[in-house]
Ligand binder design. Structure first.
Ligand code: DHB
Ligand code: FE
Length: 284
C-alpha cells in the first residue's frame, strides 16, 4: 500500500505552473494593441473604482502587495485563476453552444493519458479506495449522428481528494485515462468515486480564503475532455447529487446539467451512472 502525501500550496502551485508551461495550446492570443489597451485599462479602472468606493487604506494596499508577491513566489497563480476567474472565461467562450454544457478545466489536466479502449478500467492501484463507479454513455454530434473516433479523456481526484502527478506517492497515471467511443459512439468506464477536493489552504490562496471567511471546498467531481474530428472540444466536470458543496463551490463551476444521477447497487457497495455527451460541430 502506497501512502500519498497531501501537497503544500507551493508544491501544488509549482506542479500546476510546470504543467501549464508545457500546454501546446497556449500561445500568442493575437490580441490587437487597441484591445489590450481597452481590456487592461478597464481592469485597472475597476480596481481604482473599488479603492475609491471603499476608501482602501495604505495598510490594505501594502497587505495586497505582500499577498500578490507571495502568490507569485509560491507559484499559486494557476490555482487562483482557475478557482476565481476561469468560470467566466468558460461561460463566455461557450455561450453559443447547442450541445453539452461544459465547465472549467482547472489546474490538474495532463494530456496523453493511457488508452483504455471503449469499454475499460481507468488506471488505478490495487484496492484503490473509494466506491466503485461504472459509467456508461454515448458521444454524438448535435444532429444525433455518431462521430467516428470520439475520445473522452478522464481525470479525477482519488478518495483522499488528491490528483496523481500533483501529490506524491501516487502512481503517475492513477485515475487518468483516455477512452475511445465504439462504432455506436458508446463507452463504458470503470473507476471509483472521487472525494470532495479542498484547494491547498497553507499558501496565498488559503490566506485569502481565511481572511475573507470563505471555505476552500470544491464538490467531488470527474473531469473530462471530450473531443472528435470536426467538433469543438468539450471540457467539463461531472458532479454527484449528494455533495453539500454543489451549491457553494469555491470555483463556481457547478451547473445543474452537470450533476449525475448515480444508482447504488442493492448491497450498497458500488454505483452505476449513465451520462451522454453531445458535441457541437466546429464553427467554420
Ligand atoms: C482547482 C482544483 C481543481 O481540482 C479544480 O477542478 C479547479 C481548481 C484549484 O485548486 O485551483
Ligand atoms: Fe478538479
Amino acid at each position: 500500500m502506497t501512502t500519498s502525501i497531501r501537497p503544500t500550496a507551493a508544491e501544488s502551485g509549482a506542479g500546476a505552473t510546470a504543467r501549464f508551461k508545457t500546454d501546446k495550446s497556449v500561445g500568442a492570443a493575437g490580441t490587437s494593441s487597441d484591445r489590450v489597451d481597452q481590456l487592461a485599462r478597464e481592469v485597472i479602472e475597476a480596481v481604482h473604482a473599488t479603492i475609491r468606493k471603499h476608501k482602501v487604506t495604505y495598510a490594505e494596499y501594502n497587505a495586497v502587495k505582500a499577498w500578490l508577491i507571495k502568490m507569485g513566489e509560491s507559484s499559486e497563480w494557476p490555482l487562483f485563476l482557475d478557482v476565481w476567474i476561469e468560470h467566466v472565461v468558460e461561460q463566455v467562450a461557450t455561450e453559443n453552444r447547442k450541445g453539452n454544457k461544459g465547465t472549467i478545466e482547472g489546474p490538474y489536466y495532463v494530456p496523453d493519458s493511457p488508452e483504455c479502449g471503449s469499454h475499460g478500467v481507468v488506471p488505478m492501484r490495487e484496492n484503490e479506495p473509494g466506491t466503485p463507479l461504472t459509467w456508461t454513455g454515448r458521444i454524438t454530434s448535435t444532429d444525433g449522428s455518431v462521430i467516428e473516433g470520439a475520445k473522452l479523456e478522464l481525470w479525477h481526484a482519488d478518495d483522499d481528494g488528491l490528483y496523481s502527478q500533483f501529490a506524491s506517492g501516487i502512481p503517475e497515471w492513477n485515475l487518468r485515462g483516455t477512452f475511445t467511443a465504439d462504432t455506436e459512439g458508446r463507452f463504458e468506464i470503470r473507476t471509483v468515486r472521487p472525494a470532495p477536493y479542498q484547494i491547498p489552504t497553507d499558501g496565498a490562496c488559503g490566506q485569502l480564503i481565511s481572511a475573507a471567511g470563505w471555505h476552500a471546498w470544491r464538490p467531488a467531481h470527474l473531469h473530462v475532455k471530450v473531443s472528435a474530428p470536426g467538433h469543438e472540444l468539450l471540457t467539463a466536470q461531472l458532479y454527484f447529487p449528494d455533495d453539500v458543496h454543489n451549491d457553494d463551490d469555491i470555483a463556481s463551476a457547478v451547473k445543474p446539467e452537470l450533476i449525475l444521477d448515480p444508482q447504488t447497487s442493492q448491497d450498497g457497495s458500488s454505483q452505476t451512472v449513465s451520462y451522454d455527451f453531445v458535441l457541437d460541430p466546429a464553427s467554420a
